[in-house]
Design a protein around this ligand. Sequence first.
Ligand code: SIN
Length: 394
Amino acid sequence: MSRRSTLATALVSGTLAAGLALGVSTVLPAGASPAPAAAPAAAAAPAAPAVAEHHGTPRVTVIGTGGTIAGLAESRDALQTYRAGQVPIADLVGALQPELSGVAEVETVQFGNAGSSGYTIEQFRELSLAVDEALETSDGVVVTTGTDTMEEFAYWLDLTVRSDKPVVLTGAMRPSNVIGADGPANLFNAVRLAGSGETTCFGTVVMLNDEFHPAREVTKTDALRLDTFDSGQFGALGVVDETHVTTRRAPARAELCGTAAWSTPFDVSTIGPADLPRVEIAYSYQQAGGEAISAFAAAGVEGIVTAGTGAGGISPAMAEARTAALAQGVTFGSTSRTGSGSIYDAEEPTPGVIGMEDLLPQKARLLLVLSLAFSEDEAQVRDLVDTVGSPEFS
Ligand code: SIN
């Protein structure tokens, strides 16, 4: 039986739509047994908020994956020429002592030590499990990564971590041993933010340059500048100014805090690495060819996200290749290369082509990977994109 047909048998028909309408997680993964009598979503008991009350110093686990924050340059003035992922996370944390122990009791986990772009989706899954494991005993987790794809690490964790305790990602634009290294302050602030409990139920946030941002919206906007992270038209969530952690807005998901509806429908502990389908991105531009889409389809991908012009437009050659790929069963996510603005489904959408709202192509891809891993039903995938992908305040 193929993976997708296994998934189909695991889904309880009709339960997903009911759950999504109420924001309740009801998608069952491959191999999961449906509940004997699927309880009405409204009857789900509210879960107690998982954040621990702080009677003293909070416990924070710092998980290191590498990046520039762990980078080493050959001289103190080589601000942009260095090797990423060299210094163990325990050393980076140790360099912040004794001051850091006044903020949190910190333990470290070395998940990896490499540049961000080398990590695979299978490793992302492992990282989700490592974060949830750490949150069983810690009050918050900080994950250090390279900044190049930090927004993808962040959005993946946002979509998959089960605990509602704070998860804070940080990194640096300058390596650890140069004049003006930004890593130490970023890491210190990230531990302070994670230990503060301020972002409980926010999902994953990104903390650099004294600001914290929501995983869904944040993006790297500059190859070199320290203030590279930005959340577009909606702005940062808040700031950390020395001892002052100030929150100015919250992700819509925070409204569900303390209820079962807050939980992710993408519990990756219930699926294996082989259940995560391949999804690629094809970029549109003047006279873009259709070869990328054709090659992805020929390679057996299950999904393709198009980064379209304006409100999702793709070139005639791409459109022709998409039609052929749709006939082969490939699912398409439509996004805009403009960086903001939503691509909505039409009232009668093209079968197999899903508007990914205002998600950036690289984030729409992650959502499509997870949605296709947990459902083979197109209507359910559209619902997941609409609810989990674009949560709104009620
Ligand atoms: C990386 O993403 O691993 C390198 C760049 C950085 O961390 O800023």
